[in-house]
Design a protein around this ligand. Structure first.
Ligand SMILES: [Mn+2]
Length: 226
């Protein structure tokens, strides 16, 4: 599958790692929905360069670009054989880089809408979208795309924080600490199908953990994990 899909660039690519356009792992770049529909990849990487939903530490808008630049490290030679599984994922799945969501700086709602649309395009061809963020509010936009296709979804959330506040610190509805609440409002996620792994520290407080218990949420703190 790999050679026939990726062609000569699949393995044995003699480009040094700092040469060429850094799509994710130097995978083929599909630039339009028309191309996506024609190629019908199994997996599509989507960048979501967005940090307008965070209350602290802006900068995640540069995340997708940084991840892509770092991702070209294994070449040369262009080998993706995994030592532990014995599998070359690109020999199994046809994977592409579907570029970035063109966000509208300063406009959270419009940017989230564009993320939902782009992720939905991948779901519409029965592909698996993999998103590179981006602050954590993008999770709401991404899950909303799944909710347009599936009535019931499950969610495994790995995070220091539960992110289930009714709204952000200063009242913003689409804040990076409120995306779980927005997802619950979509009606696609039953509480028993949600698991949080890794919470620790001091936020949120007991009132929100009570709300989570009332929803039938499961969680495993870092003590559990260790
Ligand atoms: Mn989070």
């Amino acid at each position: 599958m790999g050679m026939e899909f990726y062609g000569d660039s699949y393995k044995g690519n003699d480009e040094p790692i700092f040469v060429g356009i850094p799509t994710f792992l130097k995978l083929p770049w599909l630039r339009s929905n028309a191309e996506l529909k024609k190629v019908k990849p199994d997996v599509a990487i989507i960048g979501e360069p967005f940090d307008f939903g965070t209350t602290i530490r802006p900068g995640a808008r540069y995340g997708p670009r940084a991840i892509r630049a770092a991702s070209t490290v294994p070449s040369p030679p262009y080998e993706h054989f995994n030592i532990e599984t014995g599998v070359d994922p690109f020999g199994v799945f046809r994977t592409v880089d579907y570029g970035d969501v063109v966000v509208s700086p300063g406009d959270v709602v419009e940017s989230h809408r564009r993320m939902t649309d782009k992720v939905k395009e991948v779901l519409d061809i029965d592909g698996i979208p993999v998103m590179l963020g981006g602050d954590h509010s993008i999770t709401f936009a991404n899950v909303r795309a799944f909710a347009k296709k599936y009535k019931n979804i499950g969610m495994i959330h790995i995070d220091t924080h539960a992110d289930c506040a009714p709204q952000g610190l200063c009242g913003f509805k689409y804040d990076h600490g409120a995306h779980i609440r927005r997802i619950m409002e979509l009606g696609c996620l039953k509480g028993k199908n949600y698991t949080l792994i890794g919470p620790r520290g001091y936020w949120p407080g007991p009132d929100l953990y009570k709300w989570m218990a009332d929803q039938d949420f499961q969680w495993f703190t870092m003590l559990d994990v260790e």
